[in-house]
Design a protein around this ligand. Structure first.
Ligand code: G
Ligand code: G
Ligand code: NA
Ligand code: MN
Length: 253
């Protein structure tokens, strides 16, 4: 069986799982968002991590179905994750393929409709490199998504080749500092400078900034001192199945 037919089978037979990892406000410790990350519960191979199939899904174009499955599942779970006075936004990862698909915004609309949820409840994460594959086309899709009310985030910021002049034109709300810089900031002065400058850059452009890859209290504290807005990482929680996430959140609160 080819990997592609196995993946098709996986979607049809409910083998994909949506895991969630919290994004936490550094000033008050509140859980304000959760990033949806896919896992594959394979009947024989066990829980398969996305690195084992996302690159393949991107090459073959299957990733478009995967993104829609993730969005459908996130929208289905959305209401069950809201608490009074504590709205929780869900972040979904997009790929280049989604940005090139002219029907993509309409497909998301249909899923919002199906689950009766609003676009403002979702953040769409896009890597710099996905945008730079076809910047004009990406810009068009991102504008349409932003006009609809979706929040947009630039993922793995600092690792791609986008120019700031170009990013300035995009209707983006958030920058996510790549985890390589965050994980290195305690021991590597260059990483520390990159993190600090990215926080300043984001704020000067009126954007919110998230540090991913926060693995210990020291990094959490450094980021807080530097007025970083949100943190995500193993120090607070690994990506968890939805039930596990809900239980973790009760303990965290
Ligand atoms: O969850 P984990 O850190 O193992 O993810 C590894 C890689 O797979 C990351 O680069 C992450 O962005 C990617 N990934 C995880 N879930 C999704 C998804 O639903 N869609 C896309 N396009 N990428 C994902
Ligand atoms: O590419 P993207 O930024 O979407 O990928 C997020 C990936 O980073 C997920 O696979 C998640 O498991 C991983 N991740 C999240 N927090 C940490 C962390 O603190 N340390 C490390 N090493 N990986 C992390
Ligand atoms: Na991401
Ligand atoms: Mn990232």
């Amino acid at each position: 069986l080819s990997l592609l037919s196995e993946l098709r089978y996986a979607v049809e037979h409910h083998e994909l799982r949506l895991f969630l990892q919290p994004k936490i406000a550094l000033d008050n410790g509140r859980v304000i968002a959760a990033e949806a990350l896919v896992r594959w519960q394979h009947p024989v191979r066990g829980l398969v991590p996305p690195d084992a199939f996302i690159p393949f899904a991107e090459q073959t174009g299957f990733v478009r179905q995967l993104t829609l499955w993730m969005f459908d599942e996130a929208a289905r779970q959305w209401a069950g994750l809201q608490q009074p006075g504590l709205p929780l936004r869900m972040s979904i990862n997009l790929s280049t393929r989604d940005l090139l698909d002219l029907d993509f915004p309409a497909r998301l609309d249909a899923l919002l409709d199906k689950h009766q949820v609003a676009p403002e409840g979702f953040c769409l994460e896009i890597t710099e490199s996905a945008i730079m594959d076809d910047p004009l086309r990406a810009e068009g899709t991102l504008k349409r998504l932003s006009d609809r009310g979706f929040k947009l985030s630039i993922d793995d910021f600092g690792t791609g080749y986008s120019s700031l002049a170009y990013l300035k034109r995009l209707p983006v709300d958030e920058l996510k500092i790549d985890k390589s810089f965050v994980m290195g900031m305690e021991r590597d002065p260059d990483d520390a400078k990159i993190v600090r400058s990215t926080i300043d850059l984001a704020h000067n452009m009126g954007l919110s900034v998230v540090a991913e890859g926060v693995e210990n209290a020291a990094v959490w504290n450094l980021l807080r001192e530097q007025n970083c807005d949100e943190a995500q990482g193993y120090y607070m929680s690994r990506p968890l199945p939805v039930d596990g996430f809900k239980a973790w959140r009760q303990r965290w609160a």
